[in-house]
Design a protein around this ligand. Structure first.
Ligand code: NAP
Length: 250
């Protein structure tokens, strides 16, 4: 077993749920922790698999994160948490021509930037435990890694108008540029501890967020994204990539 444990936030549906399924299918992964807000309708509740552990987590609520850390500590034990996937996110379709609304923008920034930052800080001791259990100078997803699910819309070089005719993307694009910076800086902060940090764009995916006209299915996304998450090396540390680990400009 090369990856002791993986935690995915926002796993109740969409890409998070698809990733959980792929990690459960993989012989490489020992423990899969599906973290989500409570949902009576989530398909997570129908999965029967000894590798799967369900943890309640609202990523915008510090008390909820602290409780989740305590629970995950018990689940992962002395080998720590190998991979933290910060996947939970929101898109509220806010554009420049909308009525100004600070609350909407702040909610997007809180969920998509501040929360992955807080998650990394709170879960750091468990990630460090994983890295310490494999001493050396290597960076890899089998040692310890944080993966932030970002978006190509967060690329400053590739930035477009905030209204693409389908969705309005001002706050969302800014939030993904922000989480890219979180990833880049954490890769430097965590370098000394052997914990890698990478931002990944999953593609335009048919989920509640992506909508039915998105270019790829959930299966097309996670069949590439999950293996990529499981095979990160020094080469991807601090970078921004698509689901097949092709580099995207910041
Ligand atoms: N779909 C795309 O085309 C696309 C493209 C690029 C990037 N992404 C990124 O991929 C990630 C997943 O997107 P998706 O398409 O799977 O979206 P989705 O279908 O809307 O699912 C979003 C997930 O995030 C969870 N979530 C939202 N706020 C949360 C909070 N405060 N605490 C915990 N969980 C929370 C939701 O949980 P509830 O069920 O509790 O609401 C849900 O499980 C996001 O970061 C998104 O920005 C998606």
């Amino acid at each position: 077993m090369s990856i002791h444990s993986v935690l995915v936030t926002g796993s109740s549906r969409g890409i998070g749920f698809g990733l959980v399924q792929k990690f459960l299918e993989s012989d490489k992964v020992g423990l899969v922790i599906a973290a989500s807000r409570p949902s009576a309708t989530s398909e997570l509740l129908t999965i029967k698999n000894k590798k799967l552990h369900l943890v309640t987590l609202d990523v915008t609520d510090d008390d909820s994160i602290v409780k989740a850390v305590e629970q995950v500590d018990q689940i992962v034990g002395s080998k720590g948490l190998t991979i933290l996937v910060n996947n939970a996110g929101i898109l509220q379709s806010y554009g420049f021509t909308d009525e100004p609304n600070r609350d909407v923008v702040n909610q997007t920034l809180d969920t998509n930037i501040t929360s992955p930052m807080m998650m990394a800080q709170y879960f750091y001791p468990l990630l460090k435990r994983a890295a310490d259990s494999q001493p050396g100078n290597t960076f890899s997803s089998s040692r310890a890694a944080i993966v932030n699910i970002s978006s190509i819309l967060g690329s400053i070089q590739l930035a477009q108008s905030s209204d693409n005719g389908i969705k309005k993307l001002l706050d969302y694009s800014v939030s993904k540029a922000g989480v890219n910076m979180v990833s880049r800086i954490l890769s430097k902060d965590l370098e000394a501890y052997g914990i890698a940090c990478t931002a990944l764009h999953p593609g335009w995916v048919q989920t509640r967020m992506g909508g039915e006209h998105a270019s790829i299915t959930l299966e097309e996304c996670v069949s590439k994204l999950a293996p990529s998450i499981m095979s990160l090396t020094q080469e991807q540390n601090g970078g921004f990539f698509d689901r097949e680990l092709k580099a995207i400009p910041f």
